[in-house]
Design a protein around this ligand. Structure first.
Ligand code: MN
Length: 153
């Protein structure tokens, strides 16, 4: 089908709204829609993610890269050791093997398009040592969410 029409804000005919990943990883309130599966002539996959208010994607890294455009809502992203605010039409490039996490910070969902290579490695999640290393930077420590029960001071 050449044209699949938008049926609402960031919803499309014939595109299933799926839970982001399995149940097991560290994320909250995220849905995933695959807009284009790609092909041999266009070996990429174009997805749309939506993060509910207060939600976040998993803290992860991988050899493959992301090309992201924010299309709705407001949020923030960690890329490496940098935290940046996000607004519609902002562009985010995630380099290889760089820790990253998206969070929705406003009252409406944060929606973004994300292009990846069709053939790609699986995400890695930080182990305790890597998490401790990340948390050495106070700005990173304040930003990241891992789905763990927060430590009581
Ligand atoms: Mn990723």
């Amino acid at each position: 089908m050449s044209v699949r029409r938008a049926t609402g804000p960031c919803r499309w005919e014939g595109v299933e709204v799926r839970a982001y990943k399995g149940e097991a990883t560290h994320f909250a309130g995220v849905t995933r829609q695959v807009l284009f599966e790609g092909s041999a002539r266009l070996p990429g996959q174009w997805r749309y993610f939506e993060v509910a208010p207060g939600g976040y994607t998993s803290l992860e890294r991988h050899a493959h890269v992301h090309a992201v455009m924010v299309v709705r809502g407001s949020g923030a992203v960690l890329v490496g050791r940098e935290v940046h605010p996000l607004a519609p039409q902002d562009l985010v490039e995630v380099p290889p093997l760089t820790w990253h996490q998206f969070r929705a910070t406003g009252a409406e969902p944060l929606g973004f398009l994300c292009l990846v290579a069709a053939e790609r490695d699986l995400p890695q999640h930080p182990d305790a040592t890597q998490l401790a290393e990340l948390r050495r930077d106070p700005a990173v420590a304040a930003f990241i969410r891992t789905g763990e029960t927060p430590a009581t001071p």
